[in-house]
Design a binder for this molecule. Sequence first.
Ligand code: GRG
Length: 301
Amino acid sequence: MTMDSDATINDGYKERLEQVRACIEKRLDELLPESGNERDLVALAMRESTLAPGKRMRPILLMLTAEGLGHDGTWGLDLGCAVEMIHAASLVLDDMPCMDNASLRRGRPTVHLKFGEDIAILTAIALLSRAFGVIAAISDLAPTIRTQLVEVAANAVGMRGLVRGQFQDLRDGQQSRRPEEIAVTNNLKTGVLFGAIVDMAWLISSAEDSVRPMLQTFAMELGQAFQMYDDLRDTCPGSEKDQGKDVGKSTFVSLYGEDKVRQQLFVHLCNAELSLRQVFGDSGLIADYMRMVFKQAALTH
Ligand code: GRG
């Protein structure tokens, strides 16, 4: 995989990507409607935190994977939006004073700064329950599949995923950690949600059983790469979120330095692309998309 400009990306692919992105924005807007009451601060914060300009990487990945696996319906869109709400909830909590104490997210003041900590907590809980409600309400889907989708999402949020990853990061990240420990935490914080995304895509398509573990390998490699990218951004001025939040924390960047982390990131991306090829052959919309997202990680500053 090369991380050069997106001049290499086929125009048809770009157009498809923009269509997917536009569908996601529209559906999120529908799923989190304005309450019509300006005092309804939780509803407002749910909308603002989720609709704020994020990359939408998770719903895009879900829709592209489902499409690549042969799904031609609309289930991927609602699932993607549900995952984006879970992700938004995790960002609201992560930014709070008891965690990262951040002031900027997606280029805007964090939810607790704008609305207060009480509203931030309620917003995260409401987004999580909305996400599960959206999954459970997907119509025309076999009940056994729907139940599995709910289980996949629940595992990704709880003690097998985001919550455990965040707990490890908050408590163990203050001491020196072995590289294997950092990798486990990064997987829980970031890789497991990507794993849930590709598993959901697999569950709603009629792809063969054999591709499921390949998709998981792809997701875990992507998760490692993406958490490295996120850690590198911590020192990048001009980002859409706070810098310097990792000072004093044990991360791959503090352990190895930025240059080595960039090299490792590249290795994880190559591994991710290998797994993608095993599943999809050479037709690489997802690989193209990954290149676009990671292009910035190659920048020196
Ligand atoms: C109950 C959902 C829930 C979570 C509780 C707070 C928490 C546990 C977990 C947070 C874990 C965390 C902050 C992981 C980092 C994930 C990450 C790399 C975020 C940045 O993602 P981007 O760059 O953000 O895709 P945008 O804004 O573009 O969507």
